[in-house]
Write a protein that binds this ligand. Structure first.
Ligand code: MCN
Length: 782
């Protein structure tokens, strides 16, 4: 049996459970809990004049009705602004229940608790809210005009305005560099709103026993939810536990902490002394969670005869919806990650984050990068078209060379740290991609085109993540880390790391994530950070355990720790395999307190001489047990990269667009599990195809979301997503012990750019907005 598991395509261990209905999602818990439903605003902008709950009080099974007036001061405060930024001069967050003004359809106004959800919904229907409708501002450009305000005290609806500029080596600013360039182009690019849309919506279940609060939440960040709840409810942290059970997808929307429901449900559970649960329905998810992507981008580029970009000026209008709970992280990521694998002469980017009377914006898988990559890759294609050169050649002349790392883009990344690329090999990646898709042999024909898109992605953002590893006397290894899982396969990859580091069969390793009882300090799962952050922390914790195991075994075997190895669960003397001791026995020896009925303990007595009579049973500076905890805190992010190519066919009559081939070359450093990474990329590409061809939030002028159901919001099926051909390039990150970079968002990031590039090639029409439907393509043709 091999114990070298890092890098192998180990089958996902969670799948048998998840695929056979054994998963335990939020709504599988708390069958007897009281149910919560919300009255949500039907108006995009209105003043709440009065709320009459009288009729609802007669509903049989009604337990309680709460409006903002009923909330204690701590609970009723505006929700926290999670990532402040000096440029966010007018950050605004919602109250957990509307206080006076509602600013988008779906904002929670009244909370109803009843014995079941049906009764709670019945009671909601009987509550009369007297709204004074105010004029809503819906379109991004209309809102930027500033004539009508979303927040009375935010002039021009501008939440934030930020300008960043990197001058050229010759000291030219972007405008000067563009002006001085032999060629110039200016154009506008639009990306519409979309959303994460996990299969399982949000949900919260809370139980109060008079002293301790236990909360289950379908979240991407249980430790932060815990801190938020403790703060809002005035409870000491050790008396609050938050557990993320199986989570049916998050894709970004579940990183917000706390959602109003995550405060209100535990508060009601404490007040009522009963278990209380809220499960989001699909319509609620559409109108009251979060969206992303909506941006208008104006680009001016100056370049030379080879296509080298000498100056780039980008101005972005970012639609932030009604609130900024997650700060302005999305447009900051667009601004800084737009540069991709390229060396750009001089660069200036400016964005305004604009409030509109629509659902708030928080990161969705890719988080601002799909917009930035659309911008840069459309730019590369336009340069190639202008110069009559091959699109890959233009990219290649702009690439940062493999010998130029670390490469400083001279900007500040989203975490406030310098934007320095640590490693990569972009020319080699392009060579691999061209070969994989057959770029040079592609036969172009009317209605058949090929497209390309490249990106660089900062992954593994800090500040830290931790891991705890314990070997028990049965030889099992228990790994825990505080971040949560939403389907990424963490139970498998973290077990692979522990099994490799400790030399034990993977079957003996179990992994727990997202349970604050097991691990209290964590940041969460987002920004493709779990593998880098928890992966390295778990490896470091394993190394501590390994060192201790070798020390104890060396005593027992009367050998030097340097002469020992651990393999197949045995600590062995190198070169003398018969001299060995099971790791389970080492775990027994690590604890001076042994139970008489423990078989392992009985076997361990033969090593009793290991304890020296002149030192205490637990030596000073030591701890009982064979376990270790460690944290990984990077100096800065590590930069993954990728290049995608697609072949599309468009129907000459119906303008239907079909993606017939899709190829990906990807570099996430050392692969822990290539099969899982490929699965992540496939899922991301499917999501990206949705964003390129189908998914958009359609608001009318009154701020009503017209397609708030899966009947009307199109998502791709397997029939729309081709087999994704994948190749890996591994340039290890020098920044972390395992050499890993992240992979979880990679698939989605360049897809809109790639599909636009391919349609443009097939049709000879410039594609400057995404998504594009057959009817829009039809119109562009005519
Ligand atoms: N991996 C690996 N080798 C590497 C890098 C990653 O084997 N060199 C593996 C990891 O161990 C992990 C997976 O690939 O199992 C993704 O790793 P990572 O890039 O660290 O991303 P996270 O685990 O932090 O996941 C977050 C990322 C994000 S930001 C979104 S959004 C997203 C995504 O993952 N949401 C998802 N993938 C998702 N997949 C599912 N099924 N559901 C979601 O909600």
């Amino acid at each position: 049996m091999t114990t070298r598991l890092f890098g192998e395509p180990v089958q996902r261990r969670e799948d048998p459970r998840l695929l056979t209905g054994q998963g335990r999602y939020l709504d599988d818990l708390g069958a007897d809990a009281l149910a919560v439903a919300f009255v949500r605003s039907p108006h995009a902008h209105a003043r709440v004049r009065d709320i009459d709950v009288t009729a609802a009080l007669d509903v049989e099974g009604l337990i309680a009705v709460y409006t903002w007036e009923d909330l204690p001061e701590r609970v009723g405060r505006p929700l926290p602004l999670l990532i402040p930024h000096p440029a966010l001069t007018h950050g605004r967050t919602a109250y957990p229940l509307a206080r006076e003004i509602v600013r988008h359809v779906g904002e929670p106004v009244v909370m109803v608790v009843a014995t079941d959800r049906y009764l709670a919904e019945d009671a909601c229907a009987l509550i009369e809210v007297d709204y004074e409708p105010l004029k809503p501002v819906v379109g991004l450009e209309e809102a930027a005009h500033g004539a009508q305000l979303v927040h009375e005290d935010v002039p021009g609806n501008v939440g934030a305005h930020l300008v960043q500029e990197v001058t050229s080596a010759a000291g030219l600013g972007a405008a000067e560099a563009v002006e001085a360039a032999p060629h110039r182009l200016s154009f506008r690019l639009d990306i519409e709103r979309s959303a994460s849309m996990p299969l399982e919506g949000r949900g919260v279940l809370a139980r109060w026993d008079g002293s301790d609060l236990r909360v289950y939440s379908s979240t991407q960040t249980s430790t932060s939810v815990r801190m938020a709840i403790a703060a809002a409810l005035g409870l000491p942290l050790p008396h609050v536990e938050v557990i993320a059970p199986d989570v049916g997808g998050g894709f970004g929307v579940k990183i917000v902490h706390p959602w109003p429901e995550e405060i209100l449900v535990p508060w009601a559970a404490m007040l009522l002394g009963r278990e209380v649960k809220w499960t989001e329905d699909r319509r609620e998810h559409f109108v009251s969670s979060a969206h992303e992507r909506g941006q208008v981008q104006h680009v001016t580029v100056g370049f030379d005869d080879e296509g080298r970009v000498l100056g780039l000026d980008v101005s972005i209008l970012h639609d932030h919806g009604a609130y900024t709970p997650y700060g302005i992280i999305v447009p900051i990521i667009t601004s800084t990650q737009l540069l991709g694998p390229y060396r750009i002469g001089a660069y200036r980017v400016e964005f305004s984050a604009i409030y509109t009377n629509t659902v708030q914006v928080t990161p969705y898988r890719g988080a601002g990068r799909p917009q930035g990559v659309f911008c840069m890759e459309r730019t590369m294609d336009k340069i190639a078209r202008y110069l009559g050169r091959d699109r890959t050649e233009v990219r290649a002349v702009n690439f940062i060379g493999p010998d130029e790392f670390p490469y400083d883009q001279k900007m500040t990344f989203q975490d406030g740290r310098p934007l320095i690329y640590d490693s990569g090999d972009y020319p080699e990646m392009l060579r691999m991609l061209k070969e994989l898709i057959g770029w040079d042999d592609f036969r172009r024909a009317p209605g058949r085109g090929i497209g390309i898109g490249c990106y660089v992605e900062g992954t593994g953002v800090g500040p830290y993540e931790g891991g705890h590893v314990q070997v028990t006397s049965d030889g099992r290894v228990h790994v825990s880390t505080g971040l949560t899982s939403q389907g990424q396969g963490h139970e498998t990859v973290f077990a692979q790391i522990a099994a490799t580091e400790l030399g034990v069969p993977i079957e003996r390793v179990s992994v727990v994530t997202g349970d604050t009882r097991r691990f209290g300090y964590a940041v969460g799962t987002f920004a493709s950070r779990a593998a880098v952050m928890s992966g390295n922390a778990i490896a470091l914790a394993c190394r501590k355990v390994r060192a201790k195991a070798l020390r104890i075994a060396a005593d027992a075997l009367e050998a030097d720790p340097a002469d020992l190895e651990i393999a197949d669960g045995l600590v062995r003397v190198l070169g003398a395999p018969s001299a060995s001791i099971p790791l389970s026995t080492v775990a027994v020896l690590a604890n001076p307190l042994r139970y008489a009925f423990d078989d392992e303990a009985a076997r361990a007595t033969q090593f009793a001489g290991a304890a020296s009579p002149d030192r205490p049973p637990v030596a000073e500076g030591d701890e009982p047990g064979l376990e270790g905890r460690d944290y990984y805190s990077p100096i800065r992010s590590t930069f993954a990269s990728g290049m995608h190519a697609a072949i599309v066919e468009t129907d000459p009559d119906t303008a239907e667009i079909r993606v017939v081939r899709y190829a990906v070359v990807h570099d996430c450093g050392r692969l822990i599990n290539p099969m899982i990474v490929e699965g992540q990329i496939h899922g991301g590409v499917a999501q990206g195809i949705g964003g390129a061809l189908y998914e958009r939030m359609v608001y009318d002028g009154h701020g009503q979301l017209l397609n708030a159901s899966f009947m009307d919001f199109l998502m791709p099926y397997a029939t729309e997503v081709p087999h994704v051909e994948t190749a890996h390039l591994e340039t290890p990150s020098p920044l972390n012990p395992l050499g890993i970079k992240g992979a979880g968002e990679a698939g989605v990031i360049p897809v809109s750019a790639v599909i636009a590039s391919a349609i443009e090639d097939a049709e000879g029409i410039e594609i400057d907005r995404m998504p594009i439907s057959p009817s829009e393509l039809f119109e562009l043709r005519h």
